[in-house]
Design a protein around this ligand. Structure first.
Ligand SMILES: CC(C)(COP(=O)(O)OP(=O)(O)OC[C@H]1O[C@@H](n2cnc3c(N)ncnc32)[C@H](O)[C@@H]1OP(=O)(O)O)[C@@H](O)C(=O)NCCC(=O)NCCS
Length: 294
């Protein structure tokens, strides 16, 4: 990988770390690539590239001085999650995506990452094929469940109480399990960007003094729950109560729809949401690859 600053006049493909000044190009490729879905704004890209964290890895591919592709990943101790990989449609099928992926994997492996994962929307067969060709294995699915706020079944909070705080919560001592495998990797960088960009809140659910669950969200018309986690003991009860509490909060703020991501293997949690009138609206393939050093 090239860490050089000067892209001009280079007729070969260079892969280097992304800078804040690349944000606009990355955003334009994003818009051309993923029409209609996950439409993060330019501010999100700028915000992410400004975050000073060793967990965020962002690379761009530069051809003849022009940014033609990019990738963004979040690194944990020995695992990483690829959030984005996209190549300008005019330059696809030329090996640029594979090169970006290879350079990212090498960088992650050098920093101790043993397994890298990602998810691909079930409508994106091209990307699925691309990752399989690059050594990724399908490990499962993630379901996207959605409900209109008014349709969510009411019920008692049953001895639970909740509290909403602005921003995220750091350094929680209590162990809670996130509903998706990637949440533990995406939660921190996501929060760092969103806290600056828009209203971000955390709902904390307690029974007595014990934390039973939490959810991070921004109150938009369609409220994507960015991060949701429940206690190890009676997780299904905790999730149902957490969602009822979210319904109260969403109603108060005029939110119309709630969207939650859950690993396909967590049958109990999925059923809890179905019992509250959520519907499965989409699925994503979960893939991963074991990295080797050297
Ligand atoms: C997935 C993506 C990054 C691949 O980048 P790329 O530079 O085109 O990939 P490469 O040239 O290295 O690899 C080509 C392989 O990808 C797939 N592929 C890429 N572009 C394709 C196209 N236009 N039509 C069909 N298959 C395509 C094929 O499997 C192809 O293999 P082949 O050349 O042996 O047929 C690119 O298609 C893209 O930006 N897609 C939109 C964004 C996206 O879906 N990202 C992944 C989800 S996070």
């Amino acid at each position: 990988m090239d860490d050089g600053e000067d892209d001009s006049g280079d007729s070969s493909l260079v892969v280097r770390r992304a800078h804040v000044r690349d944000a606009r190009h990355m955003y334009m490729i994003h818009v051309r690539s993923l029409a209609g879905v996950d439409r993060e704004g330019l501010d999100w890209f700028k915000g992410l590239l400004r975050v000073r964290s060793r967990r965020v890895k962002a690379l761009v591919a530069v051809l003849n001085g022009e940014v033609v592709g990019f990738t963004i990943a979040y690194k944990g101790r020995d695992r990483a999650y690829i959030d984005y990989l996209a190549v300008d449609p005019r330059y696809r099928g030329m090996g640029i995506g594979s090169r970006l992926l290879r350079e990212l994997e090498q960088l992650l492996a050098r920093e101790g990452v043993e397994e890298v994962g990602l998810s691909v929307k079930d409508s994106n067969m091209q990307a699925l094929q691309f990752y399989i060709k690059n050594g990724y294995v399908v490990r499962g699915v993630v379901l996207v469940l959605s409900a209109r706020v008014g349709d969510i079944a009411d019920g008692p909070l049953d001895g639970y109480r909740f509290q909403v705080v602005k921003g995220g919560v750091r350094g929680l001592k209590v162990k809670v399990i996130p509903t998706t495998w990637w949440s533990s990797l995406t939660e921190e960088p996501d929060r760092m960007v969103y806290e600056r960009l828009r209203d971000e809140y955390t709902l904390l659910l307690y029974k007595g003094s014990r934390l039973k669950g939490l959810a991070e969200f921004s109150p938009r018309r369609v409220m994507n729950i960015d991060y949701i986690a429940v206690s190890y003991s009676r997780p299904k009860d905790a999730l149902k109560t957490l969602v009822r509490a979210l319904k109260e909060e969403a109603t108060r703020r005029g939110v119309e729809e709630l969207v939650v991501y859950i690993d396909g293997s967590k049958n109990g949690l999925i059923n809890a949401l179905l019992e509250l009138n959520f519907k499965t609206v989409r699925a994503e393939y979960r893939l991963s690859k074991e990295l080797t050093t050297g």
